[in-house]
Write a protein that binds this ligand. Structure first.
Ligand code: FO1
Length: 341
């Protein structure tokens, strides 16, 4: 890359939850958190018990802080659950009580995690925008990467599902993902509010100013999709397609975590790295796929994307760093870390 001063490297990423958080931690270990900006999905956000919860922002923050729960990928390590236990005692309300369709503790909030939601809710009530609060929470956790919500306006993923017994109903994302354990077929997904949302401060600059833009291995439809649905974002990404690289969240036809494979199939797309290439071809020149999908390279190239084969299962920090290095090398050439010294 000509004109790139070492140490001035700017890497930006479009990010959802757990898979993206692991990728970001890998990128940070190669180029340093100070070189990294993440544009994060907020359409998973939910107001519960009156608290504003931003799962993807918190998953990225906690993971970059090295404080996330290693088993689940979300929430904090070493949590206690005293508040959830105490809340359970209120589940004696009359069963017809609307709040109790699923009980009060279906969405597990640890005691330390609750502090984040209390802080965020209080600051939003004072009029602080989500982007400001996100930066404050990142600072509290010592995270130097720039964490940017995709927008400061409310955008909500609404999922139309087929319930057991044949009813079709539109539910919120967390109701689908956690409440229904994403075990129901999805008929439709929409991002309520996206059409009037604005990119949060810094988002357009992070996309346009990046030397490399990474589309993280998150669910293409409900994690990266909402970010691209914010007016202006997809256009900004497409304009710099040649320096964008996507990492497939599907390995050997399966999502590493969550329902991405089934949702692709339900959306009429091939649940494979080739199906991901069809989605991302307009946005990125390169797709990184796992060795298990090396045979798909010709069909990925047929979709107009260069195919890079690299181990994509981030089972630990070393694997995430290796994948990050391969991903950056697709745009920066063989020694990406040289740019960040
Ligand atoms: N995922 C679950 O499967 N069950 C939960 O009880 C749960 C609670 C939760 C609390 C805070 C938070 O930040 C994330 C949480 N998640 C939970 C994950 C959440 O559903 C994310 O949206 C997914 O990881 C998809 O990004």
């Amino acid at each position: 890359m000509s004109g790139l001063r070492a140490g001035a490297l700017k890497v930006s990423a479009l990010a959802g939850g757990v898979g993206a958080a692991r990728m970001l931690r890998g990128l940070a270990s190669v180029v340093g958190q100070a070189s990294l900006s993440a544009v994060i999905n907020t359409a998973d956000d939910i107001v519960l018990h009156g608290l504003h919860i931003s799962p993807d922002i918190d998953t990225v923050t906690y993971t970059l802080a090295g404080a996330s729960n290693p088993e689940t990928g979300w929430g904090l390590a070493g949590e206690t659950w005293a508040v959830m236990d105490a809340l359970r005692h209120f589940e004696v309300l009359p069963p017809s009580h609307p709040l109790l369709s699923r009980g009060l503790t279906w969405f597990a909030l640890g005691d330390k995690d609750l502090a984040t939601h209390l802080y965020r809710t209080g600051r939003l009530a004072q009029g602080a925008p989500l982007s400001q609060v996100t930066a404050e929470v990142a600072r509290r956790w010592g995270v130097e990467a720039r964490l940017l919500p995709m927008t400061d306006q409310p955008v909500e993923t609404r999922v139309t599902v087929e319930l057991p017994g044949g009813d079709v109903q539109e539910v919120g994302f967390q109701e689908y993902f956690v409440g229904l354990r994403h075990q129901v077929p999805v008929r439709e997904v929409r991002f309520a509010g996206a059409e009037v949302a604005l990119p949060a401060p810094g988002v357009t600059e992070a996309i346009e100013g990046a030397d490399v833009l990474v589309i993280c291995p998150s669910n293409p439809l409900v994690s990266i999709g909402p970010v691209l649905a914010v007016p202006g974002v997809a256009e900004a990404v497409t304009r710099r397609r040649e320096r964008n690289v996507a990492v497939s969240p599907i390995v050997a036809g399966k999502a590493l975590k969550g329902p991405a494979d089934r949702m692709l199939a339900e959306a009429g797309l091939e649940p494979s790295a080739a199906g991901v290439a069809r989605l991302w071809a307009p946005l990125a020149a390169t797709l990184v796929v796992d060795e298990a999908d090396a045979a798909l390279a010709p069909s990925i190239e047929a979709h107009g994307m260069r195919c890079v084969v690299a181990p994509s299962v981030m089972s630990g920090p070393a694997e995430a760093a290796a994948l990050a290095r391969s991903t950056l090398a697709a745009v920066l050439g063989p020694s990406p870390e040289a740019f960040a010294r």
